[in-house]
Structures are given as C-alpha cells and as structure tokens.
Design a protein around this ligand. Structure first.
Ligand SMILES: [Zn+2]
Length: 178
C-alpha cells in the first residue's frame, strides 16, 4: 500500500486469489474540511474496501477503517465529517490511483480488448476500463497530407504486404497484409 498514506497494518488474511489488509489511519491531526478546526472526538467508524495493485498474482484489497469526527466549532455548518487521506486516495475512491493508472495503461495497450481483469489479477468490468480510457487526454490525430505506399516483405521476399508511410512525419501509418 502507498506509504504516504500514514496507514497502520492491523491484520491481514491470505486467500488463494486475494490478500486482505486491515488498516487504520495513523494521522494525528484530523481537521474539519470546512473550517479547519482540529478534532479528536470520534463520532463513528465504518469500513471501506479499497483495491490496490496485485501482489504475487493475488488481488490486494484494503479493509480501511475510516473514522467520522464531530466538528467542535459551533459556527461551522459541518457537524460531522469523515477523515481525509493525504494522497493517492481520493474521497470515496474504491481503488488507489496507482491501480487506476495501471488499468488505464493496460486498456490503452490492449486497444480496449478486455484481457486485463484476469491477467492482472484484478476483478474489474470492461466498462470500467473504458471509462478510464475516456478520461485520458489522448492527443488528436491529424490527417497525413503526403503519404507514401510501397511493398513490404513479411517473410524474406516470399510474402509481400503494403506499407503506408506519412512522408511529412516519417512515421509508419499502417502495414497491410496484401
Ligand atoms: Zn468545521
């Protein structure tokens, strides 16, 4: 799990396909997100399940104990707030950002053909990977103005295909099998 989160491991469970880590935040200064007042008065706790990068072929999930606090500032409109985590974990996120990044990369590389879930030891739906990809800033592809077309040998002169090249950018656009 990301070290910058100030989390303490309380317990863990090993399953054939999964590792559960029971963790709690060790952050000392909990402040109200609205007024900034420090609070140590706990209202309640609940568990959030957060998925992390796999380890040793097993899915890793954190059972994070999240605390809710009272805001002691009587002028503050927020009476109860949930503790925040520093980085790498957005509020209410179900996955660490680094797992999102890894899944996005796999989705882009695979052209969104969904191999990722099982090969990456992560249970995730095809639509979720598609959603990651839609969030990416993919640079626009401009149409080539001058293209070159030529024969291209696949098998040492025995089998030929066609190569299409962007002559301005000196980049291969496509290799066609015939
Ligand atoms: Zn407050």
């Amino acid at each position: 799990m990301p070290s910058e989160l100030d989390l303490e491991l309380l317990d863990y469970e090993l399953y054939p396909d999964r590792i559960d880590l029971h963790v709690i935040s060790t952050a000392a200064n909990i402040c109200c997100p609205v007024c900034g007042e420090l609070s140590h008065k706990i209202h309640s706790c609940y568990h959030r399940i957060i998925h992390d990068l796999p380890a040793g072929g097993r899915r890793v999930q954190l059972q994070l104990q999240v605390r809710k606090y009272f805001c002691k500032n009587t002028d503050c409109p927020r009476k109860i707030f949930t503790e925040r985590f520093v980085t790498g974990l957005a509020s209410y996120a179900r996955r660490f950002e680094r797992l999102n990044q890894a899944l996005m990369g796999i989705g882009l590389e695979s052209g969104v053909i969904l191999l990722p879930a099982h090969s990456f030891s992560v249970k995730i739906s095809a639509s979720t990977v598609l959603r990651f990809i839609k969030k990416c800033n993919i640079p626009a592809i401009s149409s080539p103005k001058i293209i070159g077309v030529d024969d291209w040998a696949f098998k040492k002169g025995r089998k030929y295909g066609t190569i299409i090249v962007d002559l301005e950018k000196h980049q291969v656009i496509d290799l066609l099998p015939d």
